[in-house]
Design a protein around this ligand. Structure first.
Ligand SMILES: C[S@@+](CC[C@H](N)C(=O)[O-])C[C@H]1O[C@@H](n2cnc3c(N)ncnc32)[C@H](O)[C@@H]1O
Length: 186
């Protein structure tokens, strides 16, 4: 219906393709059905994809894609698995459409994960977070994310929120965090 104002995941992908400098390492923090990981494996050297649901991990592992490491663990544990700077971290929060709505991301682990992500993010790297405040846990998660991003030091992180202006306040929205390029290795 609209070419730009629509699927926030697609907007995130396009922002990444247009503005990210380095495409070496990416994390999909919420693998699910693997649509974001499909995008990442096509554009990044190596991808780490996390999900707490075994079935999601098994399904993606069965694709036998060589540049993805599928990790059946919570995304607050990035540092247990990744010991190099990361260029992009993508979150698609909430629950899988059509699956068990009780298995949803949780504000406590989401915030721990984003904080850990900010530390392992390369200078010039991006974190893209698709937020879905239209369910109870999503509302809490959204509020905690706002509290966190509003306090990030502006000389270290650029933060932009993409929201629909003429939809309900519980419509999905996209957060982009960009780590300052200033200290980028030449
Ligand atoms: C909205 S879905 C992700 C959609 C996915 N990106 C895609 O392309 O299909 C959210 C996923 O996050 C997963 N999840 C929930 N809590 C998690 C956690 N703490 N760590 C990693 N994954 C989690 C859920 O199991 C679910 O598969």
């Amino acid at each position: 219906m609209y070419r730009y104002v629509g699927d926030i995941s697609k907007i995130a992908h396009n922002i990444v393709l247009n503005y990210l400098d380095s495409f070496d390492v990416a994390i999909d923090a919420t693998l699910g059905n693997g649509h974001d990981t499909d995008f990442l494996v096509n554009h990044f050297g190596v991808v780490y994809s996390f999900d707490i649901q075994k079935i999601a991990c098994q399904n993606y592992s069965n694709k036998n894609i060589s540049n993805v490491n599928v990790i059946n663990d919570s995304h607050e544990n990035f540092k247990l698995y990744i010991d190099k700077p990361v260029d992009l971290i993508m979150y698609n929060l909430g629950f899988l459409p059509g699956a068990n709505k009780d298995i949803t991301t949780n504000h406590l682990s989401t915030i721990k994960s984003i904080k850990s992500g900010l530390e392992i993010l390369n200078n010039g790297g991006f974190i893209a977070i698709c937020v879905y405040p239209g369910h109870n846990e999503g509302k809490i998660e959204s509020s905690c994310i706002s509290d966190l991003i509003e306090t990030l030091p502006k000389n270290e992180f650029g933060v932009m929120v993409h929201k629909f202006a003429n939809r309900s306040s519980s419509a999905p929205y996209l957060v982009i965090i960009e780590k300052n390029h200033a200290n980028m290795k030449e």
